[in-house]
Design a protein around this ligand. Structure first.
Ligand code: COA
Length: 162
C-alpha cells in the first residue's frame, strides 16, 4: 500500500495514519512527492529523513520511505500497489480526495484509495499550520513527532532569518 503526500513537514497526524495503515497491509511505502501547487520549505531528502526519524522508534517493520518526483499512478503501477491511503480530517478533505482518486483512476483504472478518518485530537493539524506556528517561535510539540521538533524549528528559524 502507498501513503503519498508532500509531508512538508511530516506531522503527528501523518504518523498516526502511517501507523494505522501499516496494520492493514503487508507493506506500506510512504512516498514523499511533489504537489505542483506547493513550494515546499524542506528538500525531498530532508522530508524523507524527517519521516524516517519520526517512525524509527515505532514497531513498523513493514514501512519504507522514499521520494518520488513523478506521477503518483506511475509509482503505484511500478510498485504493484493495491491502494493508496490518505487521511481525512474534514468534509473538504473528502471532496479533495474524491477528486484526486477520480483523476488517478482516469489515468490508471486499477487505482484505488483507502481514506482513513483522522484522530479527533489531530484533525486540525496541517503542515502549513506547523510552519506558521514554528516560524513565529510558537510551540509545535503537539503537532510534530518529538524526534523531529528541533530540526523543524531550526529550519523554520533559518527561514525567518533569511
Ligand atoms: N494529519 C495532519 N495533516 C494532514 C493529514 C493528517 N492526517 N492528512 C493531510 N494533512 C494535511 C497535510 O499536512 C497537508 O497540509 P498543507 O496543505 O498545509 O501542506 C494537506 O493536508 C494535504 O497534503 P498532503 O497529504 O501532504 O498531500 P498533498 O495534497 O500536498 O499532495 C499528492 C498530494 C502528493 C499525493 C499529489 O499532489 C500527487 O499525487 N502528486 C504527484 C503528481 C501527480 O500524480 N499529480 C496528479 C494527481 S491527480
Amino acid at each position: 500500500m502507498l501513503f503519498p503526500g508532500t509531508f512538508d513537514p511530516f506531522t503527528r497526524g501523518h504518523r498516526d495514519i502511517a501507523r494505522r495503515a501499516s496494520r492493514l497491509c503487508d507493506k506500506l511505502v510512504i512516498a514523499v512527492m511533489e504537489n505542483a501547487n506547493k513550494n515546499p520549505m524542506f528538500t525531498p531528502d530532508e522530508r524523507v529523513d524527517l519521516i524516517e526519524r519520526s517512525i524509527a522508534g515505532e514497531d513498523l517493520q513493514n514501512v519504507e520511505v522514499m521520494h518520488w518526483d513523478g506521477l503518483l499512478v506511475e509509482l503505484y503501477r511500478q510498485l504493484g500497489c493495491c491502494a493508496c491511503v490518505r487521511g481525512i480530517r474534514s468534509e473538504s478533505d473528502f471532496r479533495y480526495e474524491a477528486e484526486l482518486a477520480l483523476a488517478n483512476r482516469l489515468l490508471y483504472p486499477d487505482y484505488d484509495a483507502i481514506l482513513l478518518p483522522c484522530r479527533d485530537d489531530l484533525s486540525l493539524i496541517s503542515s502549513s499550520i506547523v510552519k506558521e506556528v514554528g516560524y513565529y517561535g510558537g510551540d509545535i510539540s503537539k503537532m510534530v513527532p518529538a524526534e523531529i521538533i528541533d530540526t523543524v524549528n531550526a529550519k523554520l528559524m533559518k527561514g525567518r532569518q533569511q
